[in-house]
Design a protein around this ligand. Structure first.
Ligand code: C5P
Length: 239
């Protein structure tokens, strides 16, 4: 596979075209950002860690019959994925109260939720990624009712698999954000990444945070936290 022109550069990744029109080349960057880009830093090794963790988790989901855009990891910080058109929604699944949910609704962080909750945010930096209702999504023609139902169902399915998987590793999956894309034939496919950048992982015994909150809240060394997640994953699986 040949790497061609840069198609898109986001906060954490660069996406390149390839000689295959159906495949794009993803490079994970070392940049860390939070609060809609207000807090920024370069953290050596973060890109490689996220590439490895994301690759392992997409491979795990595939084993459980949950397809994604992931094709293969090709180097420390690069992977090949199926080309999709990203739906501009952040699909957040929550098992335990934390972050913006706790802040907005006054629920103490760490409170178990009665059932997994699904939220949608509009992927739009200029608007600050606002929370959306299903009516908003339809009104703005971001997705149809049927597509919203598919996104919810797929999100909850990923949550079922990953919650059990992480529980077995002694990690609580508190919440996470997914993105989906549409393939050339219009099918909705899980995309983006699943890493400590977009998940909250707490140690099941000590509640130690092993995710981007370490950076957001200045809780210590980010790569040490991500390395702990990777070490637990590698204990049982290799891509
Ligand atoms: O900040 P909030 O509590 O809404 O985040 C919920 C989950 O979604 C967290 O796991 C966080 O890492 C993730 N998230 C993300 N990208 C955003 C907002 C949230 O990955 N822009």
């Amino acid at each position: 596979m040949e790497k061609r022109e840069l198609l898109y550069e986001g906060k954490a990744k660069r996406i390149y075209a390839t000689d295959n029109n159906e495949v794009v080349w993803v490079e994970f960057k070392d940049s860390a950002t939070a609060f809609n880009g207000e807090k920024k830093s370069e953290i050596e090794g973060k890109g490689a860690l996220n590439n490895q963790i994301t690759s392992l988790l997409f491979a795990k989901l595939k084993e459980e019959n949950i397809p994604s855009h992931f094709i293969e990891k090709i180097s420390e910080r690069e992977q090949l994925v199926k080309k999709v058109e990203i739906i501009p929604l952040e699909v957040v699944i929550r098992n335990t109260a934390a972050g913006s949910f706790s802040k907005r609704l006054g629920v103490e962080e760490g409170t178990s939720l009665k059932k997994p909750l699904v939220e949608f945010y509009y992927k739009d930096d200029s608007l600050g990624d606002p929370l959306l209702t299903e009516d908003h999504i339809e009104e703005l023609e971001i997705a149809s009712r049927e597509e919203i139902a598919i996104l919810k169902e797929k999100g909850l399915e990923v949550n079922r698999v990953l919650s059990v998987f992480f529980e077995e590793l002694g990690i609580k999956l508190i919440d996470f954000k997914l993105e989906f894309g549409k393939t050339s034939d219009g099918a909705i496919l899980l995309a983006d990444e699943i890493s400590p950048d977009n998940c909250r992982f707490w140690d099941a015994k000590t509640n130690e945070k092993m995710d981007k909150d370490v950076f957001r809240r200045d809780l210590g060394n980010l790569t040490d936290a991500y390395k702990k997640i990777l070490a637990k994953l590698e204990g049982i699986q290799h891509v």
